[in-house]
Design a protein around this ligand. Structure first.
Ligand SMILES: Cc1cc2nc3c(=O)[nH]c(=O)nc-3n(C[C@H](O)[C@H](O)[C@H](O)COP(=O)(O)OP(=O)(O)OC[C@H]3O[C@@H](n4cnc5c(N)ncnc54)[C@H](O)[C@@H]3O)c2cc1C
Length: 437
């Protein structure tokens, strides 16, 4: 039997911990049985568990997590809770899909808001929208196209020039940007810790319990180092690492991306900038460009650099490369803040599918999955998890049709063709986006 590789990031996230800060659960130490086993405690796994437990409070539901909620990409991301698709497209079919996708993202935000308010979760949830910006002056074809797609979807937006952006963001690095109000900013580490802390009573989580493989007979047997779980049903909430555990041909590839956070600005440093509230900025080129945030506790967050990480591993050397890239970029964007220090750089795995469609639904009679985040997963993986529970438990939910309309992820070629394909597509994106950093 080939055993699964689990995600391993040789670095520590710098998101400030909150009141629900990580409380590790014991690892599984014996053989047990369960009605459902969920592999992975990120947004998809906890949303699935919560909904399943709501539908049937008598089910014995087990979550097994290789590390802890605080090590998942769900805790390590940039905290943009996206309410609108990035790439919309203008054909009738593309527009229909974009509308379905928007419905799903907004439903994901609604569900998160409901849990946050019901359980009074503290996670810096701020409905402040976001700026979608380009650095290169002159060529604003991409922004114009984005604006026309927003119009087609009847979404409000506002264009700002470099000077207006300076007043909002404190930098003249960007030549233009489009503001849209439908995005929430959050501290993702606090959010996912809080979501895990308020799961229903019939959900039990085991941390530091990697699933090494799944054997099939009359039941599924979920193999972990010190215990086997016998169950009729398994949900894979492992996103990028799902090819390690799913049977058959892979439909997702694991990539890693990096984020850094600075010290909070001092009063003197803050005084050199226009008065600013928290804000978030996404780049026109998501692969080459940088995501930036200014947080409510006066820190800058930079997310940039995407590398292949097919088995989920990122070492310290790759992390250090990212720190250097982020330092260079921060000095370029905020030249007057050269004394502001980056305190942490970290990575996390994201899943990429060939055609941008999710991998969602049943994989065999024991196994189902909600994966294929394609780089954005707070709202998307939340709603994908909830809907999968409804789908598996045969509950009516009109959003299931939205989910199905996104299509099915295409099969990935095996290595080494996959590795070559990823390297070429990253090279292309970095070349196209070279003027954005
Ligand atoms: C730096 C960075 C910035 C990002 N920024 C944003 C953003 O601003 N907005 C946004 O929406 N998205 C963002 N993303 C993407 C987002 O984090 C992911 O889409 C989201 O976390 C996916 O959630 P998930 O629950 O599907 O998977 P994950 O969060 O990856 O959770 C999967 C879990 O499965 C566990 N696991 C894997 N294999 C095994 C195994 N064999 N046994 C047991 N457990 C296993 C993992 O340890 C992990 O905890 C970003 C990602 C990164 C890395």
């Amino acid at each position: 039997m080939r055993y699964a590789s689990i995600p391993f990031n040789h670095n520590q996230s710098g998101w400030p911990a909150g009141e629900h800060s990580f409380s590790p659960q014991p690892a599984l130490q014996s053989d047990i049985t369960a009605d459902w086993v969920i592999v992975g405690a990120g947004f998809a796994g906890v949303a699935f568990a919560r909904r399943l437990a709501e539908i049937n409070p008598k089910l014995k539901i087990i979550i097994v997590e290789a590390h802890s909620t605080q090590q998942s990409a769900s805790a390590r991301n940039s905290g943009f809770v996206i309410g609108l698709p990035h790439n919309i497209g203008s054909s009738t079919a593309e527009l229909k899909k974009a509308n379905a996708y928007r419905n799903l993202l907004q439903e994901g935000i609604r569900q998160l808001e409901q849990v946050i308010s019901r359980h009074h979760l503290q996670c810096d949830w701020e409905r402040v929208g976001k700026y979608h910006c380009q650095a290169e002056p002159g060529n604003d074809a991409l922004l114009k196209e984005y604006a026309s797609h927003l119009d087609l979807m009847n979404e409000p937006w506002q264009m700002s020039d470099s000077e207006e952006l300076y007043q909002k963001l404190g930098t003249r690095f960007y030549s233009k940007g489009i503001y849209t109000p439908g995005c929430v900013l959050v501290n993702p580490a606090q959010l996912i810790a809080g979501l895990n802390a308020c799961l229903p009573e019939n959900v039990q989580r085991f941390d530091n319990t990697p699933v090494l493989g799944i054997r099939y007979g009359s039941m599924a047997e979920v193999l972990t180092p010190f215990g086997v779980i016998k169950t009729p049903k398994v949900m894979l909430a492992t996103n990028a690492l799902s090819p390690e555990l799913r049977p058959g041909l892979s439909r997702q590839a694991a990539m890693a991306t990096f984020a850094s956070i600075t010290d909070p600005l001092t009063d003197e440093q803050l005084a050199t900038l226009p008065p600013m509230q928290s804000w978030g900025l996404t780049p026109v080129n998501a692969i080459a460009g940088a995501t930036f945030r200014f947080t409510s506790d006066r820190r800058f967050l930079i997310r940039q650099h995407v590398i292949p990480a097919l088995r989920g591993q990122v070492n310290a050397a790759r992390t250090y490369e990212a720190t250097q890239l982020h330092e260079h970029l921060f000095k370029k964007v905020y030249p007057t803040l050269s004394n502001v220090k980056i305190t942490h750089t970290w990575s996390g795995t994201i899943s990429v599918t060939r055609n941008g469609a999710p991998e969602w639904g049943m994989l065999n009679k024991f196994l189902c999955t909600a994966g294929g985040c394609n780089g954005a997963g707070i709202s998307k993986q939340t709603v994908a998890g909830t809907l999968l529970a409804d789908f598996m438990m045969k509950q009516d939910n009109p959003h299931i049709a939205d989910m199905l309309s996104l299509g099915k992820a295409n099969v990935m070629p095996p290595s080494p063709a996959l590795d070559i394909g990823i390297a070429l597509s990253l090279m292309k994106e970095r070349y196209l986006g070279r003027k954005e950093i």
